[in-house]
Design a protein around this ligand. Structure first.
Ligand code: SSA
Length: 143
C-alpha cells in the first residue's frame, strides 16, 4: 500500500464519471464532499496487500493515527487514489481495505469521510505547507 498524507485547510471533491464498470454504489449526498482542517490520505492499495489485507489495514491505521497526532488533526479524509503505484490490487480487495480503514479510524474517535471508489472525481485541496504537511508511507504485509 502507498499512502500520501497531506495536512490541509480543506479537501473537497465532486464525482464526475464512472472510472470502473462497477463503481461503489453511492447516494446523491455522496456525490460531493468536503472536510475542513483535515488530514487527507490518498491511498493506492497494491497487489502485494492481497496476501494479508487485514494486516495492511492495521498497519495503515497505525501510521495514519501517528501522523494525525503529530499534526494534531482530528479529521481524516480517506481518498482512493490509483496513481501512487503501478501494481494495483483488484478493485474488490481495494474497496474492502479502504472501508476497513475508514471504520477503524472512526472507532478510534476520528471524524472520517471516505471519497467514493471507482469514479473520476474533481477535487480541491489546500495544503497547509508546514514541515509535516506532506508525508508518504509505504506499507507491506509481512512475508
Ligand atoms: N487498487 C486501488 N487502490 C485505490 N483505488 C483504486 C484501486 N483500484 C481502483 N481504484 C479506484 O477505481 C478508480 C479507477 O481505478 S483505475 O485503476 O484507475 N482504473 C481505471 O481508471 C479504468 N478506467 C482503466 O483502468 C480509481 O480512481 C479509484 O477510485
Amino acid at each position: 500500500m502507498r499512502m500520501l498524507l497531506i495536512h490541509s485547510d480543506y479537501l473537497e471533491y465532486e464525482v464526475k464519471d464512472k472510472a470502473l464498470k462497477n463503481p461503489e454504489p453511492i447516494s446523491d449526498e455522496q456525490k460531493k464532499g468536503r472536510l475542513d482542517e483535515v488530514l487527507a490520505v490518498f491511498i493506492s492499495v497494491e497487489k502485494v496487500d492481497e496476501t494479508n489485507p487485514d494486516e495492511v489495514v492495521e498497519k495503515a491505521v497505525k501510521e495514519i493515527e501517528d501522523v494525525a497526532s503529530q499534526v494534531k488533526a482530528e479529521r481524516i479524509f480517506v481518498y482512493p487514489f490509483a496513481h501512487l503505484s503501478s501494481e494495483l490490487a483488484k478493485p474488490d480487495v481495494a474497496l474492502e481495505v479502504l472501508r476497513k480503514i475508514e471504520e477503524k479510524l472512526k472507532e478510534r474517535g476520528f471524524e472520517v469521510k471516505r471519497a467514493p471508489f471507482g469514479y473520476y472525481k474533481a477535487f480541491k485541496l489546500s495544503c497547509k505547507g508546514h514541515p509535516l504537511a506532506e508525508l508518504s508511507r509505504t506499507i507491506v504485509p509481512e512475508e
